[in-house]
Design a protein around this ligand. Structure first.
Ligand SMILES: Cc1cc2nc3c(=O)[nH]c(=O)nc-3n(C[C@H](O)[C@H](O)[C@H](O)COP(=O)(O)OP(=O)(O)OC[C@H]3O[C@@H](n4cnc5c(N)ncnc54)[C@H](O)[C@@H]3O)c2cc1C
Ligand SMILES: CC(C)=CCC/C(C)=C/CC/C(C)=C/CSC[C@H](N)C(=O)O
Length: 477
């Protein structure tokens, strides 16, 4: 049995989380509900491009895994096109020398890997595949409309105590326990974490697995920029975009047209120099609740959340068009260098996490140098690069433009995730980032929140936090 649908729903934040939430809310609640989507900056949020000399480059979320089924589905349903993101050759620097260097010959790479690390790369590949296999169960649950009231319940449903337990152990502990050697972890795994999350092996085991998945083959991106998914989802959801910054949310009793007094949320926001507000039956918060990132407060109720305590790590992405100083990484001159991505080890005294040649969002991955042999490179670093540092990395450069991010949570297991249900009909999506931050994670959180809001509105408690879902659904055709 269904209740009358809500009149109005607010979604705060038009990143991939908020726009996909609007899309799924429309699917569940139907055409009559009015959905307002609040955004104080650009639609896309941490999916953003930067335009340099007329070319656009991904400056935030850039690659998508081939098994990220929500992102895949969006691109297909919204009529977008994809480009493959396979890069060129990768090397790993410890600050003095290259501890690993890829060859363009497949067979040489295999021999090198076995010579340096035995069968550990293969075992690691199998470990990540095992985590991904379990992770994929979420798509089956969501296609059957099941929802979870907490991130912990969601992860537990995927693989039980062991799977959820990954949040409580560091990646280092997890992999050491699985028998991987220090050399392999230092030279192969830690550098991938530094590239993807700007953090050491002390991140939790689950985000560690996601980070390694982010180094798999078959990664792709959206032609024209990943942020196009957000603007297309917004359009498809037929939501009303409100350009404004939400300041606070207050619970108030209102008398609806039916004459019944009803508890509603007043969303108060600033647009230009004006303060305005609207009343909503349901509110979804799709931005990290963190003073630096959203600064939203709550009046008349206390959400069970340590508001503003989720610390996000700063990452600076710098785009440099220039000629690399290859001798910063190896003894070889540039014309014999051949690497297009360099990762760094944890103990490296280098001031960057990674550096790599990038293609524009329109190029099908064959970045071309300009006539003088300069490429566009992207570095990730914890701090803004100084001119002196840039001149250490480059023989010469035409421009260096930075984009600063509060990028991802600072992972420090054991971590308890923030709740999804902040109040009666108020939901929070970005708690899922405490497990792992990635586009697909936000899309999963969005689908879950839309289903949860729908089932709670209609009193369908049997669709929430069902135990043994995997076994139950296995028997269904
Ligand atoms: C440099 C970088 C590289 C990354 N690379 C990848 C990658 O390759 N692959 C991948 O899968 N993920 C990647 N990620 C992670 C991915 O980008 C994020 O996990 C994802 O985009 C988060 O989306 P979101 O919608 O949850 O949050 P956001 O994108 O942060 O959206 C929140 C939105 O809310 C708005 N907002 C905040 N406060 C208010 C307010 N008070 N009122 C109104 N609006 C408000 C913000 O302006 C923002 O637009 C990367 C992230 C960064 C920073
Ligand atoms: C959620 C699952 C199962 C998989 C996602 C895998 C993935 C794409 C991870 C990437 C995560 C991330 C935050 C990357 C940041 S840097 C990305 C990129 N290499 C760049 O150079 O910009």
């Amino acid at each position: 049995e269904l209740q009358a649908p809500p009149d109005k729903i607010a979604v705060i934040g038009a990143g991939i989380g908020g726009t996909s939430a609007a899309y799924y809310l429309r699917q569940k609640f139907g055409k009559d509900v009015k959905i307002d989507l609040f955004e104080r900056g650009e639609v896309g949020g941490r999916l953003a491009t930067i335009t340099l000399q007329g070319q656009e480059y991904e400056a935030g979320g850039s690659v998508i895994h081939p098994l990220n089924l929500h992102m895949k589905r969006f691109v297909k349903d919204l009529g977008l096109s994809t480009i493959q993101s396979s890069g060129g050759l990768i090397g790993v620097s410890n600050g003095d020398t290259l501890v690993f260097e890829e060859s363009s010959w497949f067979i040489i790479n295999i021999i090198k890997l076995i010579w340096q690390y035995g069968f550990q790369p293969l075992r690691m590949h199998m470990w990540v595949e095992d985590v991904l296999d379990k992770f994929m169960r979420i798509y089956r649950y969501q296609s059957h409309d099941y929802a979870f009231s907490s991130v912990e319940n969601l992860l537990h449903s995927l693989g039980g105590d062991d799977f959820l337990g990954m949040l409580n152990r560091t990646f280092l502990e997890t992999l050491q326990k699985a028998g991987f050697s220090k050399k392999f972890l230092d030279e192969m795994i830690a550098p991938v974490n530094r590239l993807n999350y700007g953090q050491s092996m002390d991140i939790n085991g689950f985000v560690g697995a996601v980070s390694l998945a982010g180094a798999d083959s078959g990664l792709w991106a959206v032609e024209g920029g990943n942020k196009l998914v957000c603007s297309k989802l917004l359009q498809a959801s037929k939501s009303n975009l409100i350009s404004g910054s939400v300041m606070y949310i207050e619970e108030k009793t209102r008398t609806k047209q039916t004459g019944n007094p009803t508890k509603m949320y007043e969303v108060v926001y600033q647009t230009g120099s004006e303060t305005r507000s609207g009343f909503y039956d349901i509110v979804l918060v799709a931005t990290p609740l963190n003073r630096k990132m959203s600064n939203i407060t709550f009046l008349n109720f206390d959400p069970p959340i340590e508001e503003f305590h989720q610390y996000y790590k700063q990452i600076v992405a710098t785009f440099i068009k220039g000629k690399l100083n290859s001798t910063s990484f190896s003894s070889r001159a540039l014309d014999e260098f051949g690497l297009s991505t360099i990762l760094t080890t944890d103990n490296s005294h280098l001031f960057i996490n990674s550096i790599g040649i990038v293609s524009s969002v329109k190029e099908n991955n064959n970045p071309q140098p300009s006539t003088d042999g300069a490429f566009v490179w992207k570095t990730f670093s914890p701090e803004t690069l100084t001119n002196e540092q840039l001149l250490k990395l480059f023989l010469s450069y035409e421009y260096a433009v930075k984009q600063q991010w509060h990028a991802y949570p600072y992972y420090k297991p054991p971590d308890k995730c923030p709740p999804i249900i902040l109040h009666d009909r108020l939901y929070y999506l970005n708690g899922i980032e405490c497990a792992a931050s990635a586009m697909e994670m936000s899309a999963i959180a969005a689908h879950n929140a839309a289903l949860l809001a729908y089932h709670r509105w209609n009193g369908h408690t049997d669709m929430i936090d069902q135990e043994d879902l995997y076994e139950k659904l296995k028997t269904e055709l």
